[in-house]
Design a protein around this ligand. Structure first.
Ligand code: SF4
Ligand code: SF4
Length: 216
């Protein structure tokens, strides 16, 4: 089964989009995050200091993993808790795949993540050809903007594809609207978690609502 057919199936299962990449060491992110942590910009997000080997390399997290499917759901299509919603869609997709692909393990033995494991979801989504990362550090889907959630289904099979994934460079260019609009100065060359209101559990979407790529 080709990736393109799996993507069609994913959309029939309720996901808004699906990309695909392979697990490997994410050198660029490892360097960036190590430097960011060393500066203490993560504040009390101490969990980021742990499981770095797994976070920087999904093939360490799931040694048998050969393919990462990255699902996208628009916020407006999420009902209830987004973790549960996206995981249930990915389980649905996995079940469909297990009926179509010979040798595919039952879905219970596959790995599904949504903010639930040390996974650099935004980078995987970029590598899967779904979009780019904006200056507000959010993932931007090429058509839906940043008001989306991501989830991953890791498979222990190699999935062929008919076309290579798209590559999307950042479309921020010279714009700095989110940086200027942030009420606490948390954005700049780097995101300062200690200054970010969302980090302090406040509902703060300003850096996304001001963005021209979010039609809200
Ligand atoms: S507001 Fe401007 S700089 Fe910020 S993410 Fe959107 S396009 Fe990029
Ligand atoms: S969530 Fe709010 S405080 Fe945090 S970076 Fe965005 S605008 Fe700034």
């Amino acid at each position: 089964m080709f990736f393109e057919e799996i993507r069609t199936l994913a959309i029939a299962c309720g996901l808004d989009d699906l990309g695909m990449t392979q697990p490997h060491f994410l050198q660029q992110d490892a360097t960036y995050v190590d430097d960011w942590l060393a500066k203490g910009l993560h504040g009390a997000l101490h969990y980021l200091e742990q499981n770095k080997e797994k976070r920087y390399d999904p093939s360490v997290l799931v040694p048998a993993g050969k393919t990462i499917l990255v699902g996208v759901v628009k916020n407006t299509n999420i009902k209830g808790d987004y973790h549960r919603h996206i995981k249930s869609l990915l389980y649905g997709l996995g079940n469909e795949l297990s009926q179509r692909i010979e040798g595919f393990k039952p879905i219970e033995l596959q790995h599904i993540f949504c903010d639930s494991a040390p996974v650099l979801e935004r980078r995987l989504a970029v590598e899967a050809g779904l979009g780019w990362i904006g200056k507000n550090r959010n993932f931007y889907h090429h058509s839906f903007g940043s008001l989306v959630h991501l989830g991953e289904l890791m498979l222990d099979i190699v999935v062929p594809r008919k076309e290579p994934p798209e590559t999307y460079a950042s479309r921020c260019d010279s714009c700095e609207d989110c940086i200027k609009a942030c009420p606490s100065g948390a954005l700049g060359d780097e995101w300062n978690a200690q200054l970010c209101r969302a980090y302090h559990k406040e509902k703060c979407w300003i850096c996304q609502t001001v963005c021209k790529y979010n039609a809200i």
